[in-house]
Design a protein around this ligand. Structure first.
Ligand code: GDP
Length: 321
């Protein structure tokens, strides 16, 4: 029933399926995996776009306007949020429908706030599965919003085809996370709030960032991340950003890189899940806890080498060297 409802594009059913996927109850987990397996053949058909930027850069306003532009062109747009901080509540909530009022009322759009349960890894996993459900429900553009703090942008860049970073003119590189390598994962930069008195400063910032990107990534072949200015408030520049995304898909598909990137993401995801599973199994064995603590103490005191202790830990999982 869930699968049929999702496939038919019923938003209420899609929301229920996502709630199931987000549930931490083991019984729900099994059903969720069944639903996911059933919809998987129908997933994969969207352009997955990550959008990040520090709080206040204008993400909500931008997504409201950008998403509306796309639905007006006939697209069906899903908006997901990946925000490991939202449970701690730092004030602004990503994916908050009250800050995306046009899109929240749009029958061609679907907005889902960030799952709140637990670790960044957990949030990332649920968001990936939610993304697949949205694709199976017929959404052909999925916008994945994230805050530009912590490691959330890495998690998001591992689940999207195209990564857009929103920036502000004159806000300072450190403040915007430039030092943490955001330029490395960006497929496009957009200097947002390029309206009113801010237009000249935005154009200056655009030139500076374009030069910085050329320096950083100039030697690489393939896609060169463009830098644009835009305004979520006025809508200025948004059609140009969408045109760049379409050009990206066309060029990267033509060069065989578009699906290669997804395949590589899937393989990295597989091993991340294995890593996570091994650690979860280790921690999930109370009878081993004392043994593991003793091993740790032995390594600390130099009585055992880390290599020998690691082999012993793996042996407790039946993984012989
Ligand atoms: P978020 O925290 O990144 O989601 O940012 P919001 O979309 O909530 O916007 C933060 C503040 O910036 C709000 O006061 C908005 O009204 C304002 N803002 C957002 N987009 C623009 C824009 O394009 N131009 C201008 N001038 N202000 C904007």
């Amino acid at each position: 029933e869930l699968v049929a409802g999702v496939r038919a594009g019923h938003r209420a059913v899609l929301a229920r399926a996502i709630t199931l996927v987000e549930s931490v109850l083991p019984a729900h987990g099994r059903l969720a995996q069944e639903v996911l397996s059933a919809v998987l053949p129908y997933a994969g058909g969207s352009l997955r776009v990550g959008i990040s930027g520090v709080p206040g850069v204008g993400k909500s306003t931008f997504i409201d306007a950008f998403g509306t532009l796309l639905t007006e062109q006939g697209h069906r747009v899903a908006v997901l949020a990946v925000d490991p901080t939202s449970s701690v509540s730092r004030g602004s909530i990503l994916g908050d429908k009250t800050r995306m009022q046009r899109l929240a009322r749009d029958p061609r759009a679907f907005i889902r706030p960030s799952p709140t349960a637990g670790s960044l890894g957990g949030v990332g996993r649920k968001s990936r599965e939610t993304l697949l459900l949205c694709e199976a429900a017929g959404y052909d553009v999925v916008l994945v919003a994230t805050v530009g703090v912590g490691q959330s942008e890495t998690v998001v860049s591992e689940m999207v085809d195209f990564y857009l970073v929103l920036m502000l003119a004159g806000a300072g590189d450190e403040l915007q996370g430039i030092k943490r390598g955001i330029l490395e994962v960006a497929d496009m930069l957009a200097i947002n709030k390029a309206d009113g008195d801010n237009v000249l400063a935005a154009q200056r910032a655009k030139r500076d960032y374009a030069a910085a990107l050329r320096l950083m990534r100039g030697a690489r072949g393939g896609w060169q991340p463009p830098v644009h200015t835009c305004s979520g408030r006025t809508g200025e520049g948004l059609p140009e950003l969408w045109a760049e995304m379409l050009r990206f898909r066309e060029e990267e598909s033509g060069a065989g890189r578009f699906f290669a990137r997804r395949e590589a993401q899937q393989v990295r995801w597989l091993w991340a899940l294995v890593d996570e599973g091994v650690m979860a199994r280790l921690r999930g064995r109370p009878e081993q806890r004392a043994r593991l603590a003793a091993l740790e103490a032995a390594v600390r005191s130099g009585e055992t080498t880390a290599v020998a202790a690691a082999a012993e830990v793996l042996a407790t999982l039946g993984l012989e060297a």
